[in-house]
Design a binder for this molecule. Structure first.
Ligand SMILES: [Zn+2]
Length: 350
């Protein structure tokens, strides 16, 4: 087959030096953001994310930014929520997300499976995926994983900044389990069986490797950065990225300024592009995606001030000489592949 005339892996093969219109590529691509905290403001009534707001993410900005899939993380803040109230907080928030989708059926839909995600995107709607950030939400009760799953949760971040009953966290000096606890190991098995995505952002290195080894399906680190470029406990070391690549998992590149640059005031889209490029050069284009952490930090990242600016990433990657298939992988196909594998690996019990 002549170069440029056929299809390779479902993608058009590019002619060399072909001029690609970044806007049309971005508009057509499956653009996935693996992590944001925006739903918390919505639930608390601080702002209505359906309208234009001052936050990083709202519906008009997601649409302007060509986002096709947004993972909304439910984060039960241990500083604000009392013991015994975590489950009701998560279930209440999951209902609020579902209601949001029902109230705007032409623009949003809840994705409960990779197939459901694809259907929504084909219909021109933004696919919403529900995540829970922090295994502390279980308060040691693994039955809650099943109840969260039934409520629509498809991603669980094993730890937040705090070590919890399941695992040690990267930000916590208190590391009681030396990685995963026996309960954390069981949580991984349950998530594998259900087809829930295991998220290892925030996990301590020992937790990361133990979960990676134990999981029968690929895992993600939804919102992390590259430790070699910015030494921070929230970022992944090269050995971790290499293990992730070998396991078939992927990392969502975070936009949070302090994880990009020792002087957060100087961080910009340049750091994000450099970080993505570093991962691609060292580990290939299959292990990286986008995990903004929008509305999980205050301030603005220069050049990526909000979700509406995401097409700029596509423009910059093309400018670096990336091929269209590689850009599409980074924008979202890597995440889709991982979820499909997690889903195919689940135990079908009914
Ligand atoms: Zn986080």
């Amino acid at each position: 087959m002549k170069p440029g005339s056929g299809i390779s892996g479902g993608f058009p093969v590019l002619r060399r030096k072909a001029k690609i219109n970044f806007r049309s590529l971005h508009r057509q691509a499956l653009v996935v953001d693996l992590h944001c905290d925006s739903i918390l403001d919505h639930i608390s009534g601080r702002r209505d994310i359906i309208r234009k707001t001052r936050g990083h993410i709202d519906l008009p900005k997601l649409e302007a930014g060509g986002v096709k899939v947004q993972v909304f993380a439910i984060f039960p803040d241990p500083k604000k929520i009392k013991a015994g109230e975590y489950e009701s907080f998560v279930l209440h928030a999951a209902v609020a997300i579902r209601k949001l989708c029902h109230q705007h059926p032409d623009r949003l839909g809840l994705a409960l499976s990779p197939r459901g995600l694809k259907r929504l995107v084909d219909q021109g709607r933004i696919a919403v995926v529900i995540g829970v950030e922090g295994g502390h939400a279980l308060e040691g009760n693994l039955d809650r994983i099943y109840r969260f799953f039934r409520a629509g949760v498809r991603v669980l971040t094993l730890t937040w900044c705090n070590s919890n009953e399941l695992a040690d966290a990267s930000w916590d000096k208190n590391r009681p389990h030396n990685g995963l606890s026996p309960q954390g190991r069981e949580a991984v098995r349950i998530m594998n069986r259900l087809g829930m995505i295991i998220d290892l952002s925030h996990a301590a290195e020992a937790s990361f490797y133990q979960a990676l080894e134990l999981s029968s399906a690929p895992v993600i680190a939804s919102h992390s950065g590259v430790y070699a470029l910015r030494r921070h406990n929230r970022n992944l070391k090269n050995d971790q990225l290499s293990a992730l690549a070998q396991q078939g998992g992927m990392m969502g590149q975070v936009f949070l300024p302090a994880f990009l640059c020792p002087d957060p005031g100087r961080a910009s889209i340049n750091n994000v592009i450099h970080s993505i490029d570093y991962v691609v050069q060292k580990f290939g284009p299959g292990v990286i995606g986008l995990g903004s952490d929008f509305d999980g930090f205050s301030g603005r990242l220069k050049g990526l001030e909000n979700a509406g600016k995401l097409p700029e990433i596509t423009r910059r990657l093309l400018q670096l000489g990336y091929t269209e298939p590689d850009v599409r992988k980074i924008l979202g196909l890597n995440f889709f592949r991982v979820w499909q594998e997690v889903w195919d690996n689940r135990a079908v019990t009914s």
